[in-house]
Design a protein around this ligand. Structure first.
Ligand SMILES: [Zn+2]
Ligand SMILES: [Zn+2]
Length: 258
């Protein structure tokens, strides 16, 4: 099966096009499954995020994909999800905010530590082992909530300190994901744009731990779904490490805890 569970839309402010253009591109490219996982709104007080949809856009997003799912039934399977950080202080409010909507899954995409508000993007270079430890702790806590179907770009953290330190922390992160049964995503956006991820050292650790891996396109434009060259490179890289690839995710619909 050709699948992708990591698709954005223009609502997040840094992706192109509406849902329909992604669905049409996916059909043309022979995808069996297309999952939307646009950047989730967050229940911030007095802060308007520049990188995610706003809370008031949630209903339209979900309704749009639901309508397309019916229209394209028999040609492609569509799923409704979100890419979300695990921010401990907001997590319960966050799940309650999403509760009214018919979404099907969340992918963990930990772009920030603790909060986006005043926070630093963790794909920017840093060399503090303490920061890396804090990130691993936070991701592990998020994975253990059972709320996430997949761990997107788990190697996004751009640690520039000693490789020995990076590997030991990433091995722990891979073990936590495996213990929670959460597959790791090999991210084709990072690969195609030449970012610091996918990081081969990370994937060697994942191979040693024996994680399950799914390829995620992280499409920010419909044309990105045409990049089967990246998919082929990723497949051969993962196979060379003996990593187990999967092509579908368990759709987990988390419920608020309180
Ligand atoms: Zn992301
Ligand atoms: Zn993404």
């Amino acid at each position: 099966m050709k699948t992708n569970y990591h698709t954005h839309t223009r609502r997040c402010g840094h992706a192109e096009s509406r849902e329909r253009a992604y669905v049409e591109a996916a059909v043309r490219q022979g995808f069996d499954v297309l999952g939307f996982a646009d950047h989730v709104p967050m229940p911030y007080e007095n802060f308007r995020s520049p990188i995610r949809m706003q809370p008031e856009e949630t209903a339209e997003y979900v309704d749009t994909v639901k309508a397309l799912r019916e229209e394209f039934r028999g040609r492609i399977t569509l799923h409704i999800g979100f890419e979300a950080e695990y921010f401990p202080a907001l997590f319960d409010d966050f799940l309650r905010m999403l509760e009214p909507y018919d979404y099907e899954y969340l992918v963990l995409g930990q772009h920030f530590l603790n909060s986006e508000v005043g926070g630093r993007y963790m794909g920017a270079a840093f060399d503090s082992a303490d920061t890396l430890d804090a990130l691993v702790d936070q991701c592990a806590e998020g994975l253990h909530t059972g709320a996430f179907s997949c761990f997107a770009h788990p190697d996004l953290f751009h640690f520039t300190g000693e490789e020995r330190v990076f590997r030991s922390r990433m091995r722990r992160l891979c073990r936590e994901a495996k213990a929670c049964g959460v597959p790791l995503e090999f991210n084709l956006l990072g690969a195609g744009l030449g970012r610091n991820y996918p990081n081969p050292a990370f994937w060697e650790e994942a191979a040693a731990v024996g994680n399950q891996v799914i390829i995620g396109w992280d499409a920010h434009s419909p044309a990105w779904l045409e990049r089967s060259d990246l998919e082929a490179q990723a497949t051969s890289f993962l196979d060379s490490l003996g990593l187990r690839r999967i092509d579908s995710l368990a759709l987990i619909r988390p419920r608020p805890r309180f």
